[in-house]
Design a protein around this ligand. Structure first.
Ligand code: HEM
Ligand SMILES: *[C@@H]1O[C@H](CO)[C@@H](O)[C@H](O)[C@H]1NC(C)=O
Ligand SMILES: *[C@@H]1O[C@H](CO)[C@@H](O)[C@H](O)[C@H]1NC(C)=O
Ligand SMILES: *[C@@H]1O[C@H](CO)[C@@H](O)[C@H](O)[C@H]1NC(C)=O
Ligand SMILES: *[C@@H]1O[C@H](CO)[C@@H](O)[C@H](O)[C@H]1NC(C)=O
Ligand SMILES: *[C@@H]1O[C@H](CO)[C@@H](O)[C@H](O)[C@H]1NC(C)=O
Ligand SMILES: *[C@@H]1O[C@H](CO)[C@@H](O)[C@H](O)[C@H]1NC(C)=O
Length: 239
């Protein structure tokens, strides 16, 4: 009985900063990052997606995803480079879509800028990505294969295809991020059902059992994950 009550309390405990989910309204800004969009949809970032400060970024990523503040601050420094205003101290989610600043070709769930809007989820593109998630448990090997396949498709179909060194590094970082943030940083695996739900709805899959990671996610976790996924990429026969 005691155990049941405890289980109920644990299940009901809301994630700090994670408000009710709602889809963006017509005047809300969104961008090419499925996670920042998700945080805005839950009200952990401003729901309008606009004028997001360093502090607000650090608090949202800490409260909802247990990101170490130094890492969030480091990511924020990249984010403000996308704001075209000089000496900006904030960014809006749509700024992130400015092509070839951070936004790059061969995304996992968005078409290349040459083909269309990089802000909104695109099912055709995502279907290609998820066809490489060949098991209920998604691994770094599958994430690497999906990333390489998207790069190959874009290169073959987009006459303007480009991927800078920064774009390439971001691609690796993004693939690491979805596995370890929706999944687990120690096993480096993620539940495919949770991943698909999150990408397709930009909503955290709490109803499927996703919880805020217990261990903080650090800069070392990100760089270590990127080194490993980068190594796997080099060993993956090109798709
Ligand atoms: C301040 C923090 C962050 C910034 C500035 C940021 C920025 C971006 C940008 C600019 C893109 C677009 C890249 C592209 O062209 O595909 C992107 C994509 C992505 N981001 Fe974030 N991001 C942040 C945090 C996160 C976090 C915490 C996660 C955790 C899961 C995440 C996961 C992803 C994924 C998986 C993609 C790839 C989407 C796709 O390829 O379709 N991001 N992010
Ligand atoms: C940033 O957040 C911290 C902790 O939440 C708070 O103490 C500080 O006053 C905030 N700073 C600004 C500039 O909002
Ligand atoms: C931006 O900052 C630089 C260096 O602090 C300063 O010289 C410049 O006037 C600022 N520009 C604007 C538009 O505020
Ligand atoms: C989605 O991407 C595909 C492939 O690039 C493209 O043909 C299609 O028009 C896009 N759909 C939308 C709704 O943008
Ligand atoms: C696209 O593919 C060609 C042929 O394999 C290759 O030489 C080129 O470097 C690729 N482009 C990019 C940006 O990776
Ligand atoms: C993934 O999550 C779904 C839905 O919550 C669950 O039914 C399934 O057993 C999980 N799969 C694995 C491999 O843990
Ligand atoms: C990645 O590959 C390099 C070169 O083979 C190796 O020294 C390094 O230990 C590898 N790192 C990881 C995390 O696997």
């Amino acid at each position: 009985m005691k155990i049941n009550i405890l289980a109920a309390v644990v299940t009901a405990t809301p994630v700090l900063g994670l408000g009710e989910w709602s889809s963006p309204g017509p005047y809300d800004a969104r961008g090419p990052c499925p996670m920042l969009n998700t945080l805005a949809n839950h009200g952990a970032l401003p729901r309008d997606g606009k004028d997001i400060s360093r502090n607000v970024t650090m608090n949202a990523l800490a409260d909802v995803l247990n990101f170490e503040r130094d890492l969030s601050s480091f990511l924020f420094d990249f984010a403000i480079t996308t704001n075209p205003k000089p000496n900006a101290t904030t960014f809006s989610l749509n700024d992130l879509a400015n092509h070839n600043v951070l936004e790059h070709d061969a995304s996992l769930s968005r078409p290349d800028a040459h083909f269309g809007n990089t802000i909104w989820f695109n099912q055709t593109v995502f279907d290609e990505t998820k066809s490489y998630w060949t098991d209920e448990t998604v691994t770094f090997e599958m994430a690497a294969a999906a990333m390489l396949a998207r790069q190959k498709s874009s290169n073959l179909t987009n006459p303007e295809f480009s991927l800078s060194e920064l774009g390439s590094a971001f691609s690796v970082g993004e693939s690491v991020a979805y596995v370890v943030v929706i999944g687990d940083k120690q096993t480096r695996t993620a539940n495919r059902t949770w991943l698909e739900f999150w990408f397709e709805h930009e909503r955290l899959p709490t109803h499927l059992g996703w919880r805020r990671p217990e261990l903080p996610f650090t800069s070392d976790d990100l760089s270590g994950g990127m080194e490993l996924l980068g190594n796997i990429t080099r060993q993956t026969p090109s798709a």
